[in-house]
Design a protein around this ligand. Sequence first.
Ligand code: SF4
Length: 315
Amino acid sequence: MNDLAEHILGRGARKVMLQMPEGLKSRAAAIAGMLEKEGIETLISAEACYGACDLRDHEAKAAGCDLLVHIGHSKFYVDSATEVPVLYYPYHVPYRFDGIDFSPIPEKRIGLVTTIQHLPLLKDVKQLLEKQGREAVVGGQILGCWFVNAEKIEEKVDAFLFVGSGKFHPLGMETKKPVYTYDLETHELEKIDLVTAKKRKYAMIYMCKDAKTFGVIVSSKTGQHELQGRAEKIVSYLKEKDKRAFIIVMDEITDNKLLALRLDAYVNTACPRLMDDHFTKPLINAEDVPKIFDEDFIDFEGAMNRERIEAEKEI
Ligand code: SF4
């Protein structure tokens, strides 16, 4: 954190807006105070910040800032045109491993993945696993919507271990290998239930079959623009299938906002992990739209059972 002011001044910025995820917000005032001492006028964004896709560059520009300082996430894999330049500044959370018992993981070769804040910890976890007779392969960082580093090592491992907080990231992994998490806050090691997540997704698709009106959600978040390209095509596709469809533009996507629109179902072109949240109306991701009209999906129980059997065979 000591070199943050240097990075900002090196970019010629004098007034900045700080943006960071919830877990780091308690540090915001201290960071702002430190920057102010270096002569950098500093504003703090208190808005939710879900990822590097969630940039508050419009607000930064409106407030007269010449740089948005985004702490705690690495640059999103999609390049976005932003209203002001963005400085991505990593924040590594220190952690002391006091011996973890990995015996609940029966698999031999373990692939390690985490989020950017905990990347340096993977070498410690690798050593711990090796001391307990396992082979550990470091995959690296994953996002809730980007798993390339896990996919790269999938063939070399029997299971994955996600080291970090919560299940948001590992629940998005599309793998038939078992996935475990070691939660750095609760210190719990557990196996992730990917099958239930899949069943829930199928249930949502199935419910869309009866929907007559659809909202196709487009995010106004700068970094999610790339994810939005399909919205108009989806609307046309749904209309061809005799459905009524509308593009819905939103920043924070909540159940209450969707309920107010009184549409039957929603298609999400924003963060693909949105569907893990609770919504009263069916909400599916863009790539699943054709499945609404897929005759195989009429055999709902059968489709779910086939998936379960496939998944269980691997576990
Ligand atoms: S999972 Fe969602 S919030 Fe996280 S980087 Fe991807 S689009 Fe953004």
